[in-house]
Design a protein around this ligand. Sequence first.
Ligand code: HEC
Length: 444
Amino acid sequence: MKPAVACLLIAIAASAGASPVSFTRQIAPILVDQCLECHRAEKAKGSYRLDTVEELLRPGDSGEPPLVAGRPGEGEWMRLLLTHDEDDRMPKKADPLPEAQLGLLRAWIAEGATFDVQNRQAPLAGLVERPLRAPVPDRYPRPIPVTALALNGDGKVLATSGYHEVLAWNPEDGKVRARIADLPERILGLSFVAGGPLLAVAGGSPGRSGEVWLVDLARAGERRRLASLRDCALCAVTSPDGRYLVVGGADNRVRGFALPEGRPLWDMEAHADWVLALAVSPDGRHVASASRDRTAKVFDVATGSVEGTFTGHPVPVLSLAFTPDGSGLASGGSDGEVRLWDLQGTAKKEGSLRPLGRHEVRVLGYLDPATLVAGAADGGWLGLDLKTRTPGTRFTAHGDCLTALLLRPQSKGVLLISASHDGEVRLTDDKGVERRRWVASPGW
Ligand code: HEC
């Protein structure tokens, strides 16, 4: 080590000595941000895991102890963090840790490497305190696009994306019931777990970070972070039985989590470009992904193994829907084409439609087995009779690009909840009669 660096580390260690370094508050966040990506259950480089306290103390392939309490000069951690050999240094293929973080680690080990945690098997990601974020304004200066929607089991809470927050609305009157703040800047995926009150939230800051959270709406503000990513999480779905959460991201990956605890199950570089949309099959056993790489894929939701790859769209795939019986899949492209795929047997294309002209197909859903609903970038949306291939119900066009669509069967018919880039949310029945509309931004 260069003498100057050594001095600095000693200085930081000494200054940190005033109050002991806390594993939970100061060390775990470093590990979660810098190391977890390569050292966890699904991906344990060097057979070494850092996702729980119990695991991080267990040696990897080298057989050498990762940490020696009281001796920061020993142990694999400090050796690999400080080595000048770039091929060996951790975090691998990245810049060395900043001096301040190295100082904290060193001081914490020197102080005896104590773990201020109750459960040594609990995921570190869940321990990490959330960073303080900007307070959200009471009234938004202007409406913001609605980028995600979720309706709870009894239909009384409609969750929408806000700025650094999730907004919970009463669909009966379009009034805010609750605001759940301290969440990622952009919320791009929302899905209730088995009807709620647990809500999966995915989002981030483009190009900088992605986050996946489980928020308990019954206990306002109580939440757990399931993952920290290098780029935005773009979409999220839960299986109807509440056992699985699947998240797609701008890192081209699709990740599966076991619910309700939120344990990571699988993680795949499934696509060659952003994963833009996800849909889960009605029986909850399969999940489909749509990507800017021009393909759609279907996975086994429990294992992440690929069951089918659908190539043929000459453009990015933006939207997806399973048929109500799960035997088929519709995918919508940025050129206006909707492709219908047969999922039984040979996974071949069944047909191709162009219900919205050349406008990007942003949202898709099945009203019933014979009627597909498609919504476009120009705000237009319609029900399409699949037998006659002609437009059926025409819904009143939104004033801006469609961003989200939910279909909820009612005692009579189906309720459609649609959202658009101008911040509007609408409730419409399956005959096209609008029941309510409002701008889902506080103060508008
Ligand atoms: C981008 C992937 C990546 C990241 C990030 C990463 N590692 Fe590693 N780590 C590896 C690989 C690969 C190995 C296997 C040895 C090798 O190839 O050098 C390894 C091995 C190790 C080992 C040796 C285990 C043993 O006993 O053999 C330790 C300890 C370790 N890493 C700690 C860390 C720490 C601490 C961080 C965060 C500061 C970190 N790693 C971040 C990829 C990574």
